[in-house]
Design a protein around this ligand. Sequence first.
Ligand code: PLP
Length: 387
Amino acid sequence: MTRPTNRALSPATRLAQALRFVDEASGAIIPAIHPSATYARDADHNLRTGLIYRRDGNPTTELAERIICDMEGAAETMLFSTGMSAALAVIEHLPAGAHVVVPDVMYYGVLGQFQTYEAKGRLDVSYYSAGDLSDMRALMRHGETALVWAETPNNPNWDVTDIPAAAEIAHAVGARLVTDCTATPPPFVRALNLGADISFHSATKYLNGHSDITGGVLSVRETGAHWDELLKVRNSQGTVLNTWDAYMLIRGMRTLMLRYERCTENALAVARHLEGHPGVEKVMYPGLPSHPDHEIAKRQTGGAYGGMLSILVKGNEQTAIDVVRACEVFYPATSLGGVESLIEHRKTVSGDGFPVHPCLLRLSIGIEDAGDLIADLDQALERAGAG
Ligand SMILES: *Cc1c(COP(=O)(O)O)cnc(C)c1O
């Protein structure tokens, strides 16, 4: 149903046209939503498309997978009902007792999954200081470490990991590198191209971009036994992305380039304004030259830093909470990567047990007018008495 993709066309064109999609039966340029739970065989009792049952997927979800696969330059891509179910599939596909090396600061939900499996004795987990490659290297065990997880830039401090360097460390002992680059989606950052073996994304965020579905995605550089195992986990858990959400995701991805570029532009304007603001102790944004990992971020993203930044409010924890409450344009809500700007007191959201500065506010910058966003933060910082 998809016309052959002309590789000479740029990602912007391929995305806007959903890989030049045309439904051959009707001529529709927008894919259908396929609610069928089961698939009839042909006159010879053979499968028509390989699909048997809803847990295997459906044509709408498969188109969404092909688009992400194309953007990543992957061998294969599969979509899950949430990012968390995709991350859990990575954990579940490992043999019992496998040694894994993961960051000590990262998206709290995925970190919590590793901690849970460690507590149950099902994984042997070593934690490296996020973004610190010499620490990562020191924890590797030759022929034993199965997997290294890297989130870049990481939640909620936005430290950047050098993906090619991390891949070299993982591969030197025979481990696979999994990257979570949810904050910098493909085609802007193509983790597999940089050396990752499995690229994870929460499709809930920039890929969809409208805060109206949840989804998770895994793409691999090479297929093989590990890919078959991941497929088996998704099939047995029934965590394939449903057809309606896949439709919404395809619709969202058509405007990914425009949205993400505007988010980056706005975030740069907000970050520059807040740097040196009397009510702000520190701005954490890889797009700022003052960020310790700025050069790596610049190389890895080509300047497409995205819309995620955090600030440390001058004052105490209550001052930071008061800033969130005083905002009139930013929504006081968790999540990221949507067209609307969000602000959250991260410690309130992630709860106890995760290392988060009490004065840290995480901002997801959307596509609104940058002047409105800056004015809102200025009045909120002032009303909260920050400084
Ligand atoms: C949101 C998020 C996840 C989890 O994805 P869900 O779609 O919410 O299940 C994982 N990693 C990062 C970096 C995220 O932002």
